[in-house]
Design a protein around this ligand. Structure first.
Ligand SMILES: [Zn+2]
Length: 340
């Protein structure tokens, strides 16, 4: 079974399928627009929301089909509802930044081109609704909600004390460590949340040694400290995007359709690429911080155990910011100054 049906391969195919689905929808939209379909911006905004809903629906169906397979293969005990919620959240996490930037750009083009005035009070209402949804989705991306159910158990006191010590090293306050239910979905994971909170799953705590948990906590504490830099860059990029749009407002009405599309495209790339780059750098720095505290072994062992629990392909990146196990282990090997 494992040779024909490797779980890592399924995950890889799903990711490709997700981007294919997004690119297809964006392509159809861009083609319709470029060919001169006369549509009002609020309709485009609705199409954007509809497209997102469609992707979620497609993946909902795929996950309904995958649920019994993954349940048998990885020993999940979560109900179908919990499974769908957790899996679709990952899809939403990939779509939300694009949706937020797209809605923001549409709001700008709708208001700056003066198009909203043609619809009177209705136009103002639509512009506010579009701007507000862009903002709310963007805030949702920044806030990082708790990804799994919280368990009503607390971590051992020494873990919080150690995390707070690490926080002091980096000048960030660690308020709380939450324990999440990772058992039912077999998720060994840790997360840096907003408000100085770190979350670790029960299965991670049960599978790692004390020093390996420390190393994982150090990685997450580093992420807490990095959040401010990330938020600052995000605000800067949004500010630059908005001010170039306002500066170009007089030209807006004379811009050809392809010009607007190009502007939208460069806005989307110009905001997502620098954020992605910074987050990838943050991953390397977070690993380096963990190594500086406990040496290379605890972190490397923790990563190996986590990858094994997830039955992940060691050469496959786990998401857009976390590189593959092999790449990460190699990078850890090259870090200088770690205590051994
Ligand atoms: Zn990380």
């Amino acid at each position: 079974m494992s040779s024909l049906w490797s779980w890592g391969r399924v995950v890889r195919r799903l990711k490709r399928l997700l981007w294919l689905s997004v690119v297809l929808k964006a392509g159809v939209g861009a083609l319709a627009y470029g060919l001169g379909a006369e549509v009002a911006s609020p309709v485009v905004a609705l199409a954007l929301l509809g497209g997102t809903g469609l992707v979620l629906l497609e993946f909902g169906l795929i996950f309904c089909w995958l649920y019994p397979l993954e349940r048998a293969y990885r020993g999940l005990t979560a109900s179908l509802g919990d499974y769908l919620q957790a899996r679709l959240r990952l899809v939403w996490d990939s779509l939300a930044p694009l949706l937020s930037v797209g809605m923001g750009a549409l709001t700008l083009s709708y208001t700056l081109s003066g198009e909203y005035r043609l619809q009177g009070a209705w136009g103002t209402l639509m512009a506010s609704a579009m701007g507000l949804s862009a903002l709310l989705i963007g805030l949702g991306v920044m806030r990082r909600p708790i990804p799994l159910a919280v368990r009503s158990v607390s971590v051992e006191a020494h873990l919080l004390m150690e995390a707070q010590r690490l926080g002091r090293e980096l000048g960030v306050r660690v308020r709380e460590i939450l324990v999440l239910d990772g058992t039912r979905l077999r998720q060994a994971n840790a997360f840096a949340l907003s408000g100085g909170r770190i979350a670790v799953t029960d299965i991670l705590l049960a599978s790692l040694t004390e020093r390996e948990v420390y190393a994982v906590l150090a990685h997450e504490v580093a992420h807490l400290a990095q959040r401010r830099r990330l938020v600052r860059l995000w605000l800067l990029l949004l500010g630059v995007g908005a001010s170039t749009a306002i500066a170009a407002a007089p030209l807006w009405e004379h811009l050809p359709r392809w010009g607007l599309l190009a502007w939208l495209g460069s806005l989307a790339l110009g905001t997502t690429v620098p954020i992605l780059r910074l987050r990838q750098r943050h991953e390397r720095e977070a690993d380096a911080f963990a190594v500086s505290q406990y040496g290379k072994e605890p972190l490397a062992n923790a990563l190996r155990k986590i990858a094994r629990l997830h039955q992940r392909d060691p050469n496959e990146p786990s998401d857009t910011t976390h590189p593959s196990l092999q790449t990460r282990l190699k990078a850890i090997e090259q870090i200088d100054g770690g205590r051994v």
